[in-house]
Design a protein around this ligand. Structure first.
Ligand code: BGC
Length: 792
């Protein structure tokens, strides 16, 4: 990854900022004579008039006319997506843009920084605007919970609102597009990017994909307060072998179509304007050179009309994949496969002109790609006004990081809803706002880690830690005492890895004391308190790109710390911060309560305190299975049925299981507790038979049987009892989040029709086969009520 620095969530901004101030200086010199006194709006009108003003209302005609007037070099220029950073010196970038050799950039995140770049574009021969993109995944200035947390809310209103606010904040910083949502299904928590996606289930991830796209784009990606969504990573990136990042993916077409592809499709059907292509290969062909994937499936079968971008340096990587022997072949294979824009590599720039001139790549193929790029810019509204998100200098925020620009209330609400209560023995929680609470742990006061990875333009200093949240909640009512207790790791090699490229501002700063001393101090502090709240897990860099793990337990001396704290006999509340399922067997057995907080974002500390003290009632449910051990992976609830399944209560011999440990996951998909309890009635089916074009209803009554108001998620699963191919044990087909007062009950109805029973069969026909179906309804995927109907 030589030369890659500025785009990383964890390590980027100082370098980018230095680069940008140089840029701004260069720009002010270069632009002064031309733009003195010229408002961006005027520049916009000029653009429209000189390009093809009469045809602006007609996208196709407008784009075609423009393509017809472009030189070969200008066309190739449109396919370049440049990372703003040290790899492209400021003066050179301005020159390239003015020469019409840049289609878009990413990693510059303020209007002030983007304005001179767009002004340079308006000075190019055809005045084609550039677009500005960024990895706005779960927040821009305000950081929301990581996507895995957002999915845990099972509340699509929350997912959409997080994306809406992110889009709005990004747009008001002059950005036009985001490389999100990331909708890769992940069933292997060793993969560090599990944190960035919405979990293991095709249905839930598809819902999140749709809600995110709607949020980012609003009613149209052309709106001044919207950004275009680039669904990624197409395709199957979450299935990398062994959870090792960038690794191979080899998968049957049935599994692809039934399980892994639906979330991408859902995002596109919701109107996403762009697709980012995955770094991995798919059945022997890198996605970046995969004609089947990008042309046959994406364009022909799905009818996608937007723009595709490669991932970072992926065209270049075709050489390392061993499917291109030089840059020329790499560029040719990528353009032939259907990669419109090349991100952060020079192969298109260097090779396409000669490839086209020699006839090796037909001009028509290049024109198609250029048309998609121009079409996307048109859809972003940039031909109507290249400065629609950049605005005028007079209206720039005085301080881009001003707290008043944040959406703290919405972030706090989302964070409350994203956390999952895993254990609560003897009603340890909620805590009383009185007495002394010992707040302990390497993540208890870690501002940067609250944000999680890919935290865009989030500022660590603005995030509320658990310690701060507890202090605010207890102010005037109780005491908070603190000890760090442990480093996240005691291995200098791991520290080095996590601080890679970031030595000038390391994220992981070690407490130099011996582990034993830190634990001793923590125990001393805990002894003086009434309750212990301990924050353990992973730093955000441990759940990130290229952060694959070969173990899933707590690292370093964290578990030793927990065990030592347990000896105090004080109630032990474990708050987990992590971006993937962890193997927390000891914790499950010994902690009095466990709250899975993920990385909860800017307002995380307040939200955790809200839940711990009962100002809010936990309602999150796991969007991914927690395994008992690393060896159990992959373990996911919707696995295909097998011939020798383990049956509870029967001898396990000659069944599919691991003999050394208990069968099944530690926590199943869909699981999560509340401070109240719920009961579920048996399922009532409106009919025993379903006609092909008919519909039946499965209803259940859910009742709040406890003494507090609370929300739960009623989940509908369906099992195809017998089919032409092996079908999953069960599949999520619907869910409803219901708020109930104590003693209140509600009837929840799930309509069921033929469409919900369809799957891709051995010939990839999308069919619903006649026969019996089991309907299961539960408050998690493991404990369900069941009824049966027949599809005629
Ligand atoms: C990641 C993408 C990201 C891109 C640009 C790549 O390394 O895989 O998800 O959008 O960088 O930052």
């Amino acid at each position: 990854m030589a030369g890659r620095t500025s785009r990383r969530c964890a390590h980027p901004r100082q370098r980018t900022m230095r680069m940008l101030s140089l840029l701004a200086a260069a720009a002010s010199l270069a632009c002064a004579p031309l733009f003195a006194g010229a408002a961006p709006a005027a520049a916009a009108t000029a653009t429209a008039n000189t390009t093809a003003a009469p045809a602006l209302a007609d996208k196709q005609a407008f784009v075609n006319d423009l393509v017809a007037r472009m030189t070969l070099d200008e066309k190739v220029g449109q396919l370049r997506l440049i990372s703003i950073g040290p790899e492209m010196p400021a003066a050179k970038l301005m020159e390239e843009i003015t020469a019409g050799r840049v289609g878009g950039t990413f990693n510059s995140v303020t209007r002030k920084d983007n304005r001179p770049l767009q002004e340079a574009a308006t000075r190019s021969r055809l005045k084609i605007p550039i677009f500005f993109a960024y990895d706005v995944v779960h927040g821009h200035r305000t950081i929301f919970p990581i996507s895995l947390g957002l999915a845990s809310s099972w509340d699509m209103g929350v997912v959409e609102q997080a994306a809406r606010i992110s889009g709005l904040e990004a747009a008001s910083d002059g950005l036009d597009a985001t490389f999100a949502p990331m909708v890769d299904i992940s069933r292997d928590p060793r993969w560090g990017r599990t944190s960035e996606g919405f979990g293991e289930d095709p249905f839930l991830v598809s819902q999140c994909s749709r809600a995110s796209v709607k949020g980012f784009q609003g009613s149209s990606p052309a709106n001044a307060d919207s950004v275009m969504a680039f669904v990624k990573h197409f395709a199957l990136y979450g299935a990398v072998e062994g959870g090792r990042d960038y690794n191979t993916v080899d998968m049957s077409p049935q599994r692809m179509y039934n399980d892994y592809l639906p979330p991408y499709r859902a995002g596109l059907d919701a109107g996403a304007g762009g697709v980012m292509i995955a770094l991995n290969s798919v059945n022997g062909q890198p996605a970046t050179s995969n004609k089947w994937l990008l042309r046959d499936l994406l364009r022909k079968e799905w009818g996608f009309k937007g723009v595709t971008v490669s991932d970072h340096g992926a065209i270049d990587e075709l050489l390392r994949h061993g499917v291109a022997s030089n840059g020329r072949e790499a560029a040719q294979r990528a353009i032939e496969a259907g990669v419109d824009m090349s991100m952060a590599d020079t192969r298109y720039l260097e090779q396409l002109p000669t490839l086209v001139k020699s006839g090796a790549v037909p001009m028509a193929l290049l024109d198609d790609a250029v048309r998609e790029v121009l079409g996307a810019k048109y859809d972003m509204g940039l031909f109507h006004d290249p400065f629609r998100r950049i605005g005028t200098a007079q209206t720039d925020p005085a301080d881009v990081n001003a707290d008043s620009r944040l959406h703290r209330a919405e972030a706090r609400d989302a964070a409350r809803k994203s956390m999952v209560l895993l254990e609560n023995r003897n009603r340890t929680l909620p805590l009383k706002k009185a007495g002394t609470v010992a707040v302990i742990g390497p993540l208890a006061d870690a501002q940067i880690d609250m944000m999680g990875s890919w935290s865009a333009a989030g500022v660590a200093k603005q995030s509320v830690t658990l310690l701060q949240g507890m202090r605010d909640a207890l102010a005037g009512k109780g005491q908070v005492v603190y000890a760090r207790g442990a480093n996240i790791t005691d291995d200098p090699r791991v520290v080095g890895y996590l601080n890679f490229l970031n030595w000038d501002n390391p994220e992981v700063v070690q407490d130099k004391r011996p582990a034993g001393d830190m634990i001793e101090e923590a125990v001393r502090v805990a002894r003086g308190a009434d309750t212990i709240v301990v924050a353990v897990g992973e730093t955000r860099g441990m759940s990130h790109e290229a952060s694959s793990r070969s173990s899933l337990g707590l690292t370093g001396s964290q578990l030793t710390l927990l065990k030592a704290l347990k000896t105090t006999g004080k109630p032990l509340v474990v708050v987990l911060m992590n971006g993937r399922p962890l193997t927390i067997n000891w914790e499950k057995e010994n902690a009095d309560a466990i709250l899975e907080a993920w990385y909860p974002g800017t307002e995380g500390g307040h939200a955790i305190a809200d839940l711990l003290f009962g100002d809010a009632n936990p309602s999150g449910k796991l969007p991914i299975t927690f395994p008992r051990s690393l060896g159990q992976i992959p373990t996911y609830y919707n696995a295909p049925r097998i011939g020798r399944p383990f049956t509870p209560g029967k001898a396990p011999n000659y069944t599919s299981q691991y003999f050394e440990e208990e069968y099944g996951p530690l926590y199943p998909f869909g699981y999560g507790l509340s401070y109240t309890t719920f009961s579920l009635s048996d399922i009532r089916l409106s009919a025993g038979k379903l006609a092909r074009n008919g519909r039946l209803t499965a209803s259940v009554t859910v009742r709040n049987t406890g003494d507090r108001a609370g929300e739960t998620v009623v989940q509908l699963y369906v099992q195809d009892v017998m089919a032409s191919t092996v079908r999953p044990l069960k599949e999520l087909k619907g869910f409803r989040k219901v708020m109930l007062a104590p003693g209140e009950s509600r009837v929840v109805e799930f309509p069921i029709d033929e469409a919900m029973l369809k799957f891709y069969d051995a010939r990839l026909d999308y069919v619903a086969e006649p026969g019996d179906f089991n309907v299961q309804v539960g408050l998690d995927s493991a404990t369900v009520k069941e009824a049966r109907f027949t599809l005629e």
